[in-house]
Design a protein around this ligand. Structure first.
Ligand code: PLP
Length: 485
């Protein structure tokens, strides 16, 4: 790595990206890109001789950017946001640039200590009880995804149970979540060897805002206990992916404690809102949980990837995940032994990036007040959109808008119009996305096709939400929904 070339080429990349962010609003959010469109432009083999950076950047501009879905467009409202920011990017550059690998404290002491400090900071910001902080006997780690956090906590819960039951006991272990919980939960349960017949996916209803009720989980748990099974793990979600629903953490925590069930709280998206006191009631009862996770890369101005996982008992996690090969054994006594965090034992992979740098820069640069203002702006935009839908009358809001996700659909005009209205809503979503002027995704609940508008882009302003409302109305007319009113 030649420092001068590094500086010059990096500047070119930054200028390229600055132009991208300047112009991203003018791009079609979702490209009209037919399958194979990029492959057709690429040679079959890599070049034999290296090429100049400006040639490469030009190809990014002409070949790749036109076929991207622009997640950073202020008019991207699909899935959940994946925030980028100047501080997130600066932190990522520092992390990538230093390129250290903090799998053990001794492998990079400052990186490990920064990670432990930064997860404690985040835990305090989201209002977690002390027992999840290093200062309170628990602790946290930065994973790349919630999926990884769920697999690791499932493994910890499984091993804790099997140390009592013996290995054959795995066939008796049962896991619980709602029909709204993320598919990550079922994938994780499969990975750690829970029999599929022991997954309890508990139905939710509109009456509880699509959150779990403690009574429905209790019935399932008691039935399992009566048939000799062992309740293992309950995943509660604060802010479900489809509808933004919230499971009642305290009620579920009390139930989990009575039955010795590991309670995990998945706040992947809505965890960012928990930094605002007005949202913290959603994790009331978190002191009864065993683990909590949230993704700063979604709605916390932290570029991909970054997931905070906190556990009340680090020992439960590390006894499931620790490895001690000779080539990693520690010969420097002062950084070995009790109280030393070796993050390789808190995750699946050995190698890991210096994510703490990124989150630390974000927290330092924007501060708690800046982040709260940021989240509240999006919440306000989502409320405005929700009110516009409600005032119109031809649309219905499907689930209560708790954070910045609005779920809506065109109403049936007559009883028994269900199928036709589903088709209409589907065509509406396709028309909105095909316009290139906004991008949304969908969900299906109670058999109904629902459009999701997830506000939370770092560059999204109220004017983009106003324009998107106009777009939705215009396309609804085009697909025939608003005729003959
Ligand atoms: N849990 C919830 C509630 C989510 O919304 C998502 C993603 O949107 C996930 C889990 C999966 O997160 P990841 O992609 O980090 O595994």
């Amino acid at each position: 790595l030649d420092p001068e070339t590094f500086a010059g080429e990096s500047r070119a990349v930054i200028n390229f990206l600055a132009d991208y962010y300047r112009d991203v609003e003018t791009y079609q959010v979702q490209p009209q890109a037919l399958p194979g469109c990029l492959r057709a432009l690429l040679p079959d083999a890599p070049p034999e001789n290296g090429e100049p950076m400006d040639v490469i950047l030009e190809e990014v501009r002409t070949h790749i950017v036109p076929a991207l879905t622009h997640w950073q467009s202020p008019k991207f409202f699909g899935y959940f946001p994946m925030n980028a920011s100047t501080a997130g990017f600066a932190g990522e550059m520092l992390s990538t640039g230093l390129n250290i690998v903090p799998f053990m404290r001794v492998a990079s002491p400052a990186a490990t200590e920064l990670e432990s400090a930064v997860v404690d900071w985040m835990g305090k910001l989201v209002g977690l009880p002390d027992r999840f902080l290093f200062s309170g006997g628990g602790g946290g780690v930065l994973h790349g995804s919630t999926c990884e956090a769920v697999v690791c906590t499932l493994a910890a819960a499984r091993d804790r149970a099997l140390s009592r039951l013996g290995h054959e006991g795995i066939l008796r272990l049962v896991v619980y979540a709602s029909d709204q919980s993320h598919c990550t939960f079922q994938k994780g349960a499969r990975i750690v060897g829970i029999p599929r017949s022991n997954f309890r996916i508990i139905p939710t209803t509109a009456a509880s805002g699509y959150g779990l009720t403690a009574a429905s989980v209790r019935d399932a748990v008691e039935a399992d206990v009566a048939s000799g099974l062992v309740p293992l793990y309950l995943c509660a979600t604060v802010g479900t992916t489809g509808l933004g629903a919230v499971d009642p953490v305290r009620d579920l925590g009390e139930l989990a404690q009575r039955h010795g069930i590991w309670l995990h709280v998945d706040a992947a998206y809505a965890g960012s809102a928990l930094i605002c006191p007005e949202f913290q009631h959603h994790i009331d009862g978190a002191e009864l949980a065993d683990s909590v996770s949230m993704n700063p890369h979604k709605w916390f101005l932290t570029n991909m990837d970054c997931c905070c996982l906190w556990v009340a008992s680090p020992a439960a996690l590390t006894s499931a995940l620790s490895t001690n090969p000779e080539y990693l054994s520690n010969v420097t006594e002062e950084s070995a032994g009790a109280g030393v965090v070796d993050y390789k034992d808190w995750q699946i992979a050995l190698s890991r990036p210096f994510r703490a740098m990124k989150l630390w820069v974000v927290l330092r640069r924007y501060g708690g007040a800046g982040m709260r203002a940021y989240v509240r702006r999006h919440v306000e935009m989502a409320r405005w959109f929700e009110q516009a839908l409600e005032a119109d009358g031809r649309f219905e809001v499907v689930a209560p808008t708790r954070f910045s996700l609005v779920t809506f659909r065109l109403r049936p005009r007559h009883e028994g119009d269900g199928d036709a209205v589903d088709g209409l809503n589907r065509r509406l979503l396709v028309a909105v996305n095909a316009s290139g002027r906004a991008f949304m995704t969908h969900f299906v609940v109670d058999g109904k096709f629902v459009i999701r508008m997830a506000v939370g882009g770092a560059m999204t302003e109220m004017r983009h939400v106003h324009d998107t409302w106009e777009l939705v109305r215009e396309k609804a007319e085009e697909v025939g929904a608003l005729q003959n009113e």
